[in-house]
Design a protein around this ligand. Structure first.
Ligand code: KG4
Ligand code: ZN
Length: 346
C-alpha cells in the first residue's frame, strides 16, 4: 500500500486574518482558507485588537471546517495540528492557540507551535527543493521588518529588525495620511505608478553604515510634515491636492522604503556570504519591491537566487504555518497543552 502523506492542519490568527490550511508533506497545498477582517478595521486605519479577537472567535470554527472539507480529509487523516503562537496580538493569537490545543487534545494529535515570522520565511521556500545555503531572509510585514541568516527552516538567526515602525505599518499610516483606503500597502502600490518616484526626496534612514536594523518612523513623519506643514503648523493640504500630487507622494514614499529594504538586504547578504535571498511577509506582495530585489540579485557578483513567496501567500495565511510544521514534526519538536500565545518572538 502506498504510504499516506503527512497531512498537517495549520491555524493562523496572529493579526487580522483567520486562516486554516492543510498541507501534505510540507509542500503540497491541499487547502487554504483565509477570512480577512480588513473591512472591520478599515474605518480605524489599523487593526483594533479587541475587534480582531472577537472576529477570530466567530470565524475560527467555520474556517477550520472549510479547510478540512476543501482538502477532502477528516479528523482521522490529520497527522498533526500546528498553530502560530508568536509574535502577534496576544488576544488574537489566543483564539488560534486555544482552538489548536482543543483539537490536539480531542483528536489525540501532536501539537506544533510555530513562530509567525519563521512561517513567513517558509512561504518563500515551500516549492523549492534545492535551496542553496546560506540564505538571507527579508521578512516585511505590518508588524515586523527583519533580516535573518537562514541555514535551516528550524533556526533562522535574527540579524536586524526595525527599531520603531515596521515597513507595512508605514505603508498603512502613510495611506491614512493620504486618505487612501486600508490596508495601505496595496492602496499605495495602486496609485504610485501614476506618480514620479523622484518628486520628493523622502529620507532613507540607514542607521549607520554597518547597521542591519531598520527605522521607518522618520519617513512617516516626513510624509506627515509634507502634507500638514513642518511641526504640523500648517493646514492638512491633502484635501486640496490633485491626484497627481498624491501619486507623487505615494511613489516617492514607496521608492524610499524599497531603497532601504534592498540596501539593507544587500548588506546582510554580504555579511553572511548569502547565495540565496528569501522574501516574505505582506509587503513582499509589492511588485516594485520584488522587481528591485530581483534586479539587485541579478547584478550581484556572483548573482544570487531570489525566492519570493507567491503573492497569495505573502499576507497572513495558514499554508506557511502547516508547511513549516512538517519540518518541526520530522525533527520531533512538539508543543504540549501548556502552550501560550506570546506577543513577542524573533
Ligand atoms: O504579513 P501581513 O499580512 O501581516 C502581518 O504579519 O503584519 O502584512 C500586512 C502588511 C500590511 O501593513 C499591508 O499594508 C502590507 O502588508 N501590504 C503591502 C502590500 N500588500 C500588503 N505593502 C506594500 N505593497 C503591497 N502590495
Ligand atoms: Zn504576517
Amino acid at each position: 500500500m502506498q504510504k499516506k502523506s503527512v497531512d498537517i492542519l495549520g491555524i493562523e490568527t496572529s493579526c487580522d486574518e483567520t486562516a486554516a490550511a492543510v498541507v501534505a508533506d510540507g509542500k503540497t497545498i491541499k487547502s487554504s482558507v483565509v477570512a480577512s477582517q480588513a473591512k472591520l478595521h478599515e474605518k480605524y486605519g489599523g487593526v483594533v485588537p479587541e475587534i480582531a479577537s472577537r472576529a477570530h472567535i466567530e470565524n475560527i470554527y467555520p474556517v477550520i471546517t472549510e479547510a478540512l472539507a476543501q482538502a477532502g480529509i477528516g479528523r482521522d487523516d490529520v497527522d498533526a495540528i500546528a498553530v502560530a503562537n508568536q509574535p502577534g496580538l496576544t488576544i488574537a493569537l489566543m483564539v488560534g492557540v486555544t482552538a489548536a490545543k482543543t483539537l490536539s487534545f480531542a483528536w489525540g494529535k501532536p501539537l506544533i507551535a510555530i513562530n509567525h515570522l519563521h512561517a513567513h520565511m517558509q512561504s518563500a521556500v515551500i516549492t523549492d527543493e534545492h535551496l542553496e545555503l546560506p540564505a538571507v531572509a527579508l521578512i516585511v510585514s505590518g508588524g515586523h521588518t527583519s533580516l535573518y541568516d537562514y541555514r535551516s527552516p528550524l533556526e533562522p538567526k535574527l540579524l536586524g529588525s526595525t527599531i520603531d515602525d515596521a515597513a507595512g505599518e508605514a505603508f498603512d499610516k502613510v495611506a491614512t495620511i493620504l486618505n487612501l483606503p486600508y490596508p495601505g500597502g496595496p492602496a499605495i502600490e495602486k496609485v504610485a505608478p501614476k506618480g514620479n518616484p523622484k518628486a520628493i526626496d523622502f529620507p532613507r534612514s540607514m542607521l549607520g553604515k554597518n547597521s542591519l536594523d531598520f527605522s521607518f518612523s522618520g519617513i512617516k513623519t516626513a510624509v506627515l510634515y509634507h502634507c500638514c506643514g513642518q511641526d504640523m503648523k500648517g493646514r492638512n493640504k491633502v484635501y486640496k491636492m490633485s491626484e497627481q500630487e498624491i501619486a507623487d507622494i505615494a511613489a516617492s514614499f514607496q521608492q524610499a522604503v524599497i531603497d532601504v529594504l534592498v540596501k539593507k538586504t544587500e548588506r546582510a547578504a554580504k555579511r553572511i556570504g548569502a547565495k540565496t535571498v528569501l522574501l516574505g511577509g505582506g509587503v513582499a506582495a509589492n511588485t516594485l519591491l520584488r522587481e528591485s530585489l530581483q534586479k539587485w540579485c541579478d547584478k550581484s557578483v556572483p548573482p544570487k537566487k531570489l525566492l519570493v513567496a507567491p503573492k497569495q501567500y505573502c499576507t497572513d495565511n495558514a499554508v506557511m504555518v502547516a508547511s513549516l510544521a512538517y519540518h518541526k514534526l520530522k525533527a520531533g519538536i512538539l508543543a504540549d497543552l501548556t502552550l501560550e500565545p506570546k506577543a513577542t518572538g524573533q
